[in-house]
Design a protein around this ligand. Structure first.
Ligand SMILES: [Zn+2]
Length: 317
């Protein structure tokens, strides 16, 4: 778990003020290990388990659940759903293949839910589970996979799934909620503004070769559909006026553009460093850290680690 130093800054500051001060229903929650459910629209809810959030939609006919997280979380997740509806969970959507999101879904399988996953995510899940001794055993395998797009409906509720290629690891299903004009994007964005990678400052799960194209595709989808709101799944802890807070679950759609510009700026700066003959051993001395002070999660070490990885990625292809 990481603690992000919070700085008031340009675009991010405007976003933060909008979220903390003006946006109805959106606020930074007290930090600490908390579980519970937040209603963010008619029939649309976010289940919180510590720093993780998972979206679910409820209709009279059934419930569509996203990432079960883990067995302990999923048990509470199911209890939270039961407080809202007696309808069965009909589908579980995995956003991507990382174990912190996809374990523990058996409680939903037991009631007959179908598990859906993007095909590259499913392949990644199988491949990683096969080669690592750290494999997590309690992952329910997907019943159905999709490639570029899939629409799911349950009564008057619907979720459309999109894949825009490698981004957060090999895949990352973007979920569009037409009724709410919202996108659920569990990772890769912060609701507080363009941010440095958090929890993964070495960029181990980032696919840099496609990250800008990915954001452009999501922005195009958002524009076509008139999306106004983004929902995140992996919250960050922040120090706000000396207090630990958890970033809000929702933020404005402009965050997509801000985050894409962060990657364009960072990759452009990497090109500048490489052009000057930068090698990883001298990076610490030549990076102009102040260029990144205005981004959420700024930390000198994080900037160094990010460029250390970027230069290696550039050198090795
Ligand atoms: Zn992940």
């Amino acid at each position: 778990m990481s603690i992000i130093r919070f700085r008031c800054i340009s675009l991010a500051a405007a976003t933060i003020l909008a979220i903390l001060g003006a946006a109805p229903g959106a606020h930074a929650e007290s930090s600490g290990f908390v579980t519970g459910t937040e209603k963010i629209g008619e029939g649309v809810y976010v289940f919180r388990y510590g720093i993780h959030r998972s979206l679910f939609v409820v209709s009279e006919e059934g419930v569509i659940v996203t990432d079960p997280l883990n067995a302990a979380a999923a048990k509470i997740y199911r209890q939270e759903i039961a407080k809202i509806t007696a309808a069965p969970v009909t589908h579980v959507i995995y956003s991507h293949s990382h174990w912190d999101r996809v374990a523990g879904g058996q409680v939903f399988k037991d009631e007959g839910a179908r598990f859906i996953m993007q095909e590259a995510c499913a392949a990644n899940l199988l491949e990683v589970n096969a080669r690592t001794p750290l494999a997590v055993p309690d992952i329910v395998p997907p019943d159905e996979t999709f490639s570029a797009r899939l629409s799911l409906t349950s009564g008057d509720q619907g979720i459309e799934l999109f894949d825009f290629g490698p981004s957060h690891d090999k895949c990352h299903a973007v979920m569009y909620l037409p009724a709410l004009n919202a996108l659920f994007i569990p990772e890769l964005i912060s609701t507080l503004g363009a941010s440095l990678p958090v929890e993964d400052i070495t960029l181990g799960t980032y696919e840099l070769s496609n990250i800008v194209a990915y954001f452009k595709s999501v922005e195009s989808l958002a524009e076509e559909q008139g999306v106004t709101t983004l929902i995140i799944g992996h919250a960050r802890e922040l120090l706000v006026n000396g207090e630990l807070r958890l970033e809000p679950a929702t933020g404005p759609v402009v965050l997509l553009k801000e985050q894409r510009e962060f990657w364009e700026f960072s990759l452009g700066y990497m090109g500048e460093l490489v052009g000057k003959g930068a090698q990883s051993m001298f990076l610490a001395r030549i990076i102009r850290y102040e260029k990144f002070e205005n981004y959420v999660g700024y930390d000198k070490e994080a900037v160094f680690m990010m460029f250390r990885r970027m230069i290696t990625w550039f050198a090795t292809g």
